[in-house]
Design a protein around this ligand. Structure first.
Ligand SMILES: Cc1cc2nc3c(=O)[nH]c(=O)nc-3n(C[C@H](O)[C@H](O)[C@H](O)COP(=O)(O)O)c2cc1C
Ligand code: SF4
Length: 509
């Protein structure tokens, strides 16, 4: 099947060949993609890598380092950068929360990532050395213990038939593991019912601070994810799979591309057009409709819903947008059957912060929070909180909620959510306000600007948290964000802060 040329990969090719984009390149990419030149210029201005210039040293701001020595590292970075005459700044989360504080060295469109880094490492960088170990991918050993999702499947599952597979996914109880926890079988059934050209888009954008399980899967078990995507495409009747990978994860992209070629050679992808796509490098690109916009070469701004992607998705065609882990589970279900899958009920958790063994854990759904923390080597009696879900999550108080079952529905009944499955762990004495401030800074920075409750509200929220404000006026701001924002980014922006105030008000002043 002939694939439509996409604008961003054409720009990437020219950028790689030339080191920078000249006006003639932008015009050539627009012609090749069949879009007006103005659209290509808009993309060049919107997506950071197309207009990156010079050298910058960027400290990775995420909720674990915020509770530790973020300020000290920031001071050391500023000092080192000033002495070397280089610009300094921050970027948000690189999926390295379990590895340690990270630094990105950006030279034009090229980036190198180091973790863990220390003030001494930053001084070394200023003197022309390396600031710490290179961290272009997650260590394989970060997957802790035995896990079905960690095992390379020797023999990939055959296609059991569309009705059988969708029914098995329903019986298995699989939900969307990008964070919304929507029943997967419903989306499969909706796309299957639609007519005409259809797509499967794999959402591998994973940019939410605290989450790195999709990154591990892409880097270390990509065949399993492709298998799930191929089965999903056959079930819904799609002829093409596009794998959208977070723009910063170049090594992940290479692993995925290698696995794609392997599976193609083995005939597993027969009859399907498949390609990988380097994402735009912004958190909003992970929101499914913004992701589709960026695939189409536009600014990654969410669409109004309905229509949902299952009805009108990529190029207006019915599209299944599914998370990386969701599709890996789909392959497991096809392999082991719904009943065996349900008995095991596997789920990946990204565990970081104050635990002896941070990493990716496969635990049974419903595992009590305390048991998950103990598995990672934490003593629950010494902990004060877990930021559950990710930056768009909530602070769960310990030891009060030590028994909370980590399943799809119980956390929701008390105003929390598993989200994509991050557990960021904080021992007694950590400054949770500093964490909340980092989270608020993240949302203010990543707001795409399309709707005003979020574009105005998130900077206000950040300023209020920086002032450690807890007055009654704040709830109005929370509601304006939650109820007025167009997409999940603005809606979720106040959750961590609100949970901190409501649940820890007495201890954080
Ligand atoms: C701001 C924002 C960022 C998101 N980022 C991701 C992401 O990186 N990966 C992902 O799978 N889902 C992400 N989502 C959720 C997607 O919109 C969508 O629900 C998901 O890809 C659907 O796949 P699933 O049903 O398998 O979870 C994000 C949502 C929002 C609002
Ligand atoms: S809520 Fe924020 S991120 Fe979402 S559309 Fe509005 S401005 Fe953009």
């Amino acid at each position: 099947m002939e694939s439509t040329p996409l604008l961003l990969p054409l720009l990437d090719e020219l950028l790689e060949a030339r080191g920078r984009l000249e006006p003639a390149d932008v015009a050539a990419a627009a012609r090749a993609a069949g879009v007006p030149a103005a659209r290509a210029w808009e993309a060049v201005r919107f997506y950071p890598r197309y207009h990156a210039k010079g050298e910058r040293w960027l400290l990775v701001d995420e909720p674990v380092v915020r509770s530790r020595n973020f300020a000290e590292l920031q001071d050391a970075l500023e000092h080192a950068a000033a002495s070397a005459g280089v610009a300094a700044g921050v970027v948000f989360s690189y999926g390295l929360e379990a590895v340690g504080p990270a630094l990105v060295v950006e030279r034009g469109p090229e980036r190198r990532v180091y973790a863990p880094v220390s003030p001494e490492g930053l001084a070394r960088l200023a003197a022309g050395g390396e600031p710490g170990p290179a961290a272009e991918e997650l260590p394989r050993e970060l997957a802790r213990g035995e896990g079905l999702l960690f095992e390379p499947m020797a023999e990939l599952p055959g296609f059991p038939g569309a009705d059988e597979l969708i029914e098995a996914v329903r019986e298995a109880g699989l939900r969307g593991l990008g964070g919304a926890l929507f029943p997967t079988w419903r989306k499969l059934a909706a796309v299957r019912q639609a007519d005409g050209v259809k797509y499967v888009v794999v959402n591998g954008d994973e940019s939410e601070p605290g989450n790195f399980k999709d990154r591990w899967l892409i880097e270390h078990n990509p065949r399993l994810v492709w298998a799930g995507a191929a089965l999903a495409a056959r079930a819904v009747g799609a002829g093409e799979i596009i794998f959208y990978v977070r723009g910063e994860y170049l090594s992940a992209l290479a692993r995925l591309e290698a696995a794609r070629r392997e599976l193609e050679a083995e005939g597993y992808l027969e009859g399907l057009a498949t390609r990988t796509f380097r994402g735009g490098g912004l958190y909003i690109c992970g929101e499914e409709s913004a992701l589709l916009e960026s695939l189409e070469g536009r600014r990654a701004e969410p669409r109004l819903k309905p229509p949902y992607p299952a009805q009108e998705g990529l190029f207006g065609r019915p599209t299944l947008v599914s998370n990386v882990e969701t599709l890996a589970h789909l392959a497991l279900i096809a392999r082991m059957g719904a009943a065996a899958y349900r008995r095991r009920a596997p789920k990946l958790f990204s565990i970081s912060g104050d635990v002896a063994r941070p990493g990716v854990y496969e635990l049974a759904l419903g595992t009590p929070l305390a048991a998950a923390l103990e598995a990672a080597g934490a003593e629950v009696s010494g902990l004060q909180a877990v930021l559950l879900g990710g930056a768009a999550g909530t602070f769960v108080k310990l030891p009060d909620h030590a028994d909370l079952p980590l399943d799809y529905d119980t956390p929701r009944q008390q105003g929390d959510s598993l989200g994509p499955g991050a557990l960021m762990v904080y021992e007694n004495g950590r400054d949770l306000w500093a964490v909340a401030e980092g989270v608020a800074a993240f949302f203010a920075h990543e707001s795409c600007g399309k709707c005003f409750p979020c574009s105005l509200g998130t900077p206000h929220l950040h300023a209020a948290v920086a002032r450690r404000e807890r007055g009654p006026g704040l709830e109005e701001l929370f509601l304006a964000l939650e109820q007025g924002s167009l997409c999940g980014l603005g809606q979720a922006a106040p959750w961590a802060v609100r949970s901190l105030i409501n649940r820890f008000g007495e201890v954080v002043s």
